[in-house]
Design a protein around this ligand. Structure first.
Ligand SMILES: [Zn+2]
Length: 199
């Protein structure tokens, strides 16, 4: 299974990728002079990072790992809660529901793509309707070892996974950042023109 760092990068990719879609997104822009946190998308980008990692909090509950929080039902719950919260805050509900649910869903996708040394392998994506465990067997990510994390073999495996995650995810995240900066800069200058047509 991927590390929290791999999952976090996927959450960032969803938040920045969503900003490329046309619609009500002018509120996601920040001037070039703003702090980097604002330019990166503020708390919503951070929320997507947290949501992409959060399904593994089920590790705290023995016997539930990669079931309830790794199923499509949980994606629906996240979409509903995020949509409601956004609408109450007078923000675009459908857009934020898709971003948050998308971030959560990347966790399932990355787990499905990764190697899994445990048994049964994979995730119970159809819980509670079906208790089948799903895994691609493509081993895109080598997997992580959470037991004896300071042993040489665990350190080797976890480092190999981290390197693979950075190699695969960083080009995607950096590419999205560059395109997003361009897209949102165009959007904010268009807004400025609309508000100050004389300039
Ligand atoms: Zn997981």
């Amino acid at each position: 299974m991927p590390s929290p760092i791999g999952h976090a990068l996927a959450g960032i990719a969803v938040a920045w990728g969503a900003d490329l879609f046309p619609g009500n997104r002018a509120w996601r822009t920040a001037p070039r002079t703003a702090a980097w946190y604002a330019r990166a998308g503020n708390g919503l980008t951070l929320a997507c990072v947290a949501l992409a990692i959060a399904p593994d909090l089920d590790l705290l509950f023995r016997g539930f790992h990669r079931s309830i929080t790794h199923s499509f039902v949980s994606v629906g719950v996240v979409a509903a809660v995020a949509g409601l919260a956004a609408t109450r805050a007078r923000l675009p509900g459908a857009r934020i529901a898709c971003m948050c649910a998308g971030a959560w869903a990347t966790h399932m996708l990355l787990d499905w793509l990764a190697a899994d040394p445990s048994s049964p392998k994979g995730i119970q994506a159809m819980w509670p309707f079906n208790d089948t465990w799903f895994i691609s067997d493509w081993e895109v990510f080598p997997g992580t070892e959470r037991r004896r994390i300071f042993s040489a073999s665990s350190i080797r495996l976890n480092l190999a996974t981290l390197v693979r995650e950075l190699a695969l995810m960083m080009p995607l995240v950096l590419g999205l950042w560059l395109v997003r900066v361009k897209t949102l800069a165009g959007l904010s200058s268009e807004l400025a023109r609309r508000h100050h047509p004389a300039e």
